[in-house]
Design a protein around this ligand. Structure first.
Ligand SMILES: [Fe+2]
Ligand SMILES: [Fe+2]
Length: 253
């Protein structure tokens, strides 16, 4: 049996300290095999926000795997945004002492963030042709005896949440992942949790989204996903921080 905590959208700079303490305590008490974090570690990719994220991750004490989110690309520095947009994220990744490696379960990343796009809102998701090709090649190289989870920041297609991802190239990517029989595609970005089966031209595929641990709530309190893989069956329990009043919702778009 493998147990993972899937969390997302910590947004240091506008983090929810109570939610972060709650998750860190759950990790320390329950010791899952690892933690997967699907992006948006910061608000504006400031060095201090990344440093706070690194400090919090270091307290977890279990292997961690991370994806970049659209908020993790330099916001105030256009030169760096175009020249080396992932430098700050890579530094965070390098600071993680124990990367996640699980024998019977492979976790493969699919990048969905872009430094620039041919549309006004650069926060939306996009799956580049080359990025998809590289991810699919990684999956194809994995033995059939191992289950595959794919992680990305943006949901590849809309998941019925209030927040939207509008991911370019998402339909095609999801169909290719369905064709390969991946166990599920884990994502963040929309700040509400979901767990659904999406139909594609290549068959069904499961999409699981984690909520947020920040103050940028949409329709629910802070949540994280408690994933359990047992004899090929994946279950997802959404765990919700109790005691957060409804007046907190909808404050942020
Ligand atoms: Fe976010
Ligand atoms: Fe995001």
């Amino acid at each position: 049996m493998i147990r993972l905590f899937h969390i997302s959208d910590l947004h240091f700079g506008l983090e929810d300290t109570r939610a972060l303490d709650w998750v860190a305590r759950a990790v320390r008490d329950e010791v899952p095999d690892g933690v997967v974090i699907t992006g948006d570690f910061t608000m504006r990719a400031r060095p201090g926000e990344f440093a706070a994220a690194a400090r919090w991750i270091a307290t977890l004490g279990v292997p961690v795997q991370i994806d970049p989110g659209n908020h993790d690309l330099p916001y105030f520095n256009p030169i760096e945004r175009f020249a080396d947009p992932y430098r700050r994220f890579r530094a965070l990744e390098a600071s993680i002492e124990r990367p996640l490696q699980l024998g019977p379960l492979a976790i493969v990343r699919l990048p969905t963030t872009a430094a620039a796009q041919w549309r006004f809102n650069w926060s939306r998701g996009t799956v580049g042709v080359g990025a998809l090709r590289r991810t699919l090649a990684q999956i194809d190289a994995i033995g059939l005896d191992r289950a595959v989870l794919v992680t990305c920041h943006h949901p590849l297609v809309e998941a019925g949440t209030k927040g939207r991802a509008l991911t370019h190239g998402g339909n095609r990517a999801l169909a290719e992942l369905a064709r390969r029989g991946v166990l599920a595609v884990l994502s963040g970005h929309v700040h509400d949790a979901f767990d659904l089966i999406q139909q594609t031209p290549a068959g069904p595929v499961r999409m699981i989204g984690a909520g947020t641990l920040s103050q940028r709530l949409r329709t629910t309190p802070p949540t994280f996903n408690d994933l359990m893989l047992d004899r090929g069956r994946l279950t997802c329990r959404v765990r919700r921080l109790e005691g957060v009043g409804a007046e907190a919702f909808g404050r942020y778009k």
